[in-house]
Design a protein around this ligand. Sequence first.
Ligand code: GLN
Length: 189
Amino acid sequence: SLRVGVLAIQGSVREHIEKLKLMGVEAVLAKDKNTLLSLDALIIPGGESTAIGKMIVDFGLKDAILKLNERKIPIWGTCAGMILMAKYIINDDKVHLGIMDISVRRNAYGSQLDSFKTKLIIPEVSNNEIEAVFIRAPYIENVGNSVRILAKYQGKIVAAQQDNMLATSFHPELTDDLSFYKYFLRLNS
Ligand code: GLN
């Protein structure tokens, strides 16, 4: 069956693993190079993007993730994962993986609206409303030509796709809705 890894450095790793098990795929904790290179798809979880970004370099994992992207296997970044994938970070002088043609703003909802839950309508992903949990979330301010905008919330882009890559500002691993997992796993067919 499909081997789907979750980058297991920091953040909401276990929650994604549990969802992948419900999807009936082989759920793999990925924290070394060889495990990463064995995957058919990869999730980069939410957490703290500065910390995860530093550790993927320190642990020598950055090249492996870039190689997976060259192979065009599905890669999905949630929240901090979206920041790690972005080519541009508006309010940070660091770029981490720099693989997806999006510019993101970190902690974009400010301190007043730190964390919140809402419902989004995303026809490409589900026929039903999708519950979306935002935690100190980024949003996307600009996308390149080959990026498809999947969802906006209050005028800001919160989900997008480019070829094999998917990025969401919010955390589907914290809800009971599996529709983003289904969408993600279809990216490799
Ligand atoms: N604000 C965090 C960052 O910049 C992301 C938060 C999250 O992943 N829940 O890394």
